[in-house]
Ligand binder design. Structure first.
Ligand code: PLP
Length: 395
């Protein structure tokens, strides 16, 4: 007999996946060039050529055990050193390999952070709408509650009044994601400072640590005029979850890491606890070949300028047409207000024009829609007149 809990989860459809499948079906019917799929967040720019060259060279040069074998639990020492040095150059930190724990992408980084911090079903991780829907699944996997603070839809910064009311003795961590999926918003320095001050106060009040887990797969995709504050500079008990999925366009290779800052209260035990959590969640060894590849390509990114171009084009055009949208500072998503209260109904109307966008309900923020613009620019250019027709229907 199967687990009732997991059977239940298997019945919950991913709305994004459903829309993506619909798009493929429509492409067979009317031709791929007539379907404007903005549903999924797969990087659209290729990995830098150095990534493939390094992978080929390592396969040719190294002993098979060194590219296909298991690695130590925390990851390959030289790779962790290369990542620590790269962070030191960028953020003026003093990390060594002891501060870096390799993970199977940001997904495993989050699962491991949750598992490492929570003690049981009463323990809570707080996050903010709109949020990446898989957070619910990671929390369930770690056996804790995910509490969602409603969005401040005027700015998509943190709703501090609600946060302060919600933090309790059971709060073990606050999870943030900036640049954000789905809003594209970057948390300002002011927001991070306010969050740090509030959590310092609450840690004292409850007499235990409350960590910030900062989920940063989009850290490198930041637009002109925006800056992503480095959270450990503002708050000691911070765990940074990173992924090379978007910055190097290698989501299928599954490489990321957690930064465990020396200043964190539980630093001595963090890496051993991450290893134990990884074992509990059956995450054994991060793909060896691509650990080595990212170790050598740690300071590179894909050509991310395409996302800036797409964002400028799409955002400016939608605003000109009269859509309401907070300007994204990074990532590759727009999160405008739907033109009717029910975002699901709005997305159904958009489908008439073969515009495939995702209702904000899945991200804990009804009344908005996510538009993913990691697509060829021409697709946006062809879709804009259809967004205009859609707007005209509501006038
Ligand atoms: N966190 C956010 C906000 C994401 O958007 C994603 C993937 O899209 C992930 C985590 C998972 O990333 P990874 O592919 O590195 O596991």
């Amino acid at each position: 007999m199967l687990s009732k809990e997991v059977l239940e989860l298997s019945k919950q459809h991913s709305v994004i996946r459903d829309i993506f499948e619909f798009g493929m079906q429509r492409a067979r019917e009317v031709g791929a060039e007539n379907v404007f799929d903005f549903s999924i967040g797969n990087p659209s720019v290729p990995a830098p050529k150095e990534v493939d060259e390094t992978a080929r060279r390592l396969l040719d040069e190294l002993d098979p055990v060194d590219v296909h074998g298991y690695t130590s639990n925390a990851g390959i020492l030289e790779v962790r050193e290369a990542i620590a040095n790269s962070l030191n150059r960028r953020f003026h930190t003093n990390y060594t390999a002891a501060n870096i724990f390799m993970t199977i992408g940001a997904a495993a980084a989050l699962g491991i952070c949750f598992k490492s911090l929570v003690d049981g079903p009463d323990d809570e991780v707080i996050t903010f709408a709109p949020y990446f829907p898989e957070y619910q699944v990671y929390a369930e996997g770690a056996g804790c509650k995910l509490i969602v603070i409603p969005a401040d839809t005027s700015s998509f910064q943190i709703n501090f009044e609600e946060l302060e009311k919600t933090i309790s003795k059971n709060t073990k961590a606050v999870l943030i994601n900036s640049p954000n999926n789905p809003s594209g918003v970057v948390y300002s320095e002011e927001t991070i400072k306010k969050l740090a001050a509030l959590l310092e106060k609450k840690q004292k009040e409850y007499g235990h640590s409350i960590y910030i887990i900062t989920d940063e797969p989009y850290r490198e995709i930041v637009y002109d005029g925006f800056e992503v504050p480095y959270v450990p500079h503002y708050y000691k008990n911070t765990l940074v979850g990173y992924s090379f999925s978007k910055s190097l366009s290698i989501p299928g290779e599954r490489v990321g890491y957690i930064v465990a800052p020396t200043e964190a209260e539980d630093f001595e035990n963090l890496l051993p606890v991450f290893i134990a959590s990884g074992r509990l969640l059956s995450y054994v060894s991060v793909p060896t070949l691509y650990q080595k590849v990212v170790g050598e390509c740690v300071d590179l990114t894909s050509d991310l300028s395409i996302y800036q171009k797409n964002k400028d084009l799409f955002y400016n055009a939608l605003i000109d047409m009269g859509y309401e949208c907070v300007e994204p500072g990074g990532a590759f998503y727009l999160f405008p207000k739907a033109l009717e209260e029910d975002a699901n109904a709005f997305c159904e109307r958009a489908k008439k024009y073969d515009l495939l966008i995702v209702p904000g309900d899945s991200f804990g923020c009804p009344g908005h829609v996510r538009i993913s613009y990691c697509v060829p620019t021409e697709r946006i250019e062809k879709a804009l007149p259809l967004f205009k027709k859609l707007m005209d229907e509501y006038k």
